[in-house]
Design a protein around this ligand. Structure first.
Ligand code: GTR
Length: 334
């Protein structure tokens, strides 16, 4: 068998698998390459749909040479696993929350502080502007993260839900075991609010709610509705404690094997996806809320938001102090 045929065979199975063999980008430029992408959410979810649409554009722009194969619904594991797979080049695109990226790139943790953004418009101005670009670059330039930050996506506001009771005030959280994303800032946030924050991957959450390992979790409407979490935790309270953008990352290992033209195309399409996902997001927030109501979710307003904001002050002291200048810049975005 000729060397070229061997390469072809490798590429047919998993394009990304061939990256490690140390061949020049010139050889690959001619070859078909299927870029694997993954997301914890199901097909049709705004983040998934945006990446699927991006794949179609990529395919059209390269006459089918580059395409994206989407693995939705945690088929490749939770977000921690997705990050690891992108880092080693086992997949190309991972659409993850900024949540689990905070421990890897410290500056990103500023987006993970409770009550950091005033509202969606504020968050969008930050991610669409200079700070958003700088943060993506920080990630891409990070010496050991091994990821390229491509773009941001909307993820609305996260609220607490549980199987026991409505949360109206901070004291109502006392004793409740609430699943938080794997990042100490979130566990500390829940603990500061008087609950018991339990760090856990998204892929373990349903089982944990079913078995009572946790009493609930916290998330935006679309995640709660798409994951049918109302089946396990019907009290959804508008605590609004976190507003965390999503991030689309790309494996640096695969990125560096691509010719500059392909890199530029992938980067451009990602920027377009950032805006496209936003439209899908607001539509899905509305339908998710309807699904929640139909499913009998008990939606509760908190009586005094400031009480919640005051309670998380220790989290700001612990995680925000070293990023005071960046925080000020974010707050100054009007
Ligand atoms: C969702 C987000 C996911 C994941 C999940 C979680 O809002 O879209 O990427 O981070 O939250 O709580 O783990």
């Amino acid at each position: 068998m000729k060397r070229r045929d061997v390469i072809r065979m490798g590429l047919a199975g998993a394009a990304v698998g061939a990256v490690g063999v140390g061949l020049g980008a010139r050889v690959f430029a001619q070859q078909k390459m299927v870029l694997k992408a993954t997301d914890v959410h199901p097909l049709g979810y705004p983040t998934v749909e945006a990446v699927v649409r991006m794949g179609k554009k990529l395919e059209a722009a390269t006459n089918g040479r580059l395409s994206i194969q989407m693995y939705p619904s945690m088929q490749l594991g939770g977000e921690k696993e997705m990050i690891e797979q992108a880092q080693v080049g086992a997949l190309a695109y991972a659409r993850i929350s900024v949540g689990p990226m905070g421990p890897i790139v410290p500056e990103l943790n500023v987006f993970n502080l409770p009550f950091m953004f005033r509202d969606d418009a504020h968050m969008e101005k930050v991610i669409d502007g200079a700070i958003g670009d700088e943060m993506l670059k920080k990630l891409s330039d990070h010496p050991t993260a091994n990821l390229i930050g491509l773009c941001w996506m909307n993820a609305g506001t996260r609220n607490v839900y549980n199987s026991k009771k409505p949360i109206e005030k901070v004291a109502d959280l006392k004793g409740l075991k609430i699943r938080m994303m794997g990042n100490p800032v979130f566990v500390d946030t829940m603990n500061a609010l008087g609950g018991n924050g339990v760090s856990m991957g998204f892929d373990q959450l349903i089982n944990a709610m079913q078995t009572g390992v946790v009493d609930g979790a916290e998330n935006n409407y679309p995640t709660y509705a798409s994951g049918q979490h109302f089946r396990y935790a019907k009290y959804y309270s508008l605590t609004g404690h976190l507003m965390i953008p999503e991030i689309l990352v790309f494996s640096k290992k695969i990125w560096t094997s691509l010719p500059a033209g392909d890199q530029a195309l992938i980067a451009k399409l990602a920027k377009e996806a950032q805006q496209e996902q936003r439209k899908l997001w607001y539509e899905r927030e509305k339908t998710a809320l309807e699904e929640m109501k139909k499913a009998g979710t008990v939606i509760t307003q908190v009586t005094n938001k400031k009480e919640f904001q005051d309670a998380v002050k220790p989290v700001w002291d612990k995680y925000g102090a070293q990023h005071a200048a960046l925080i000020k810049r974010i707050q100054d975005v009007k």
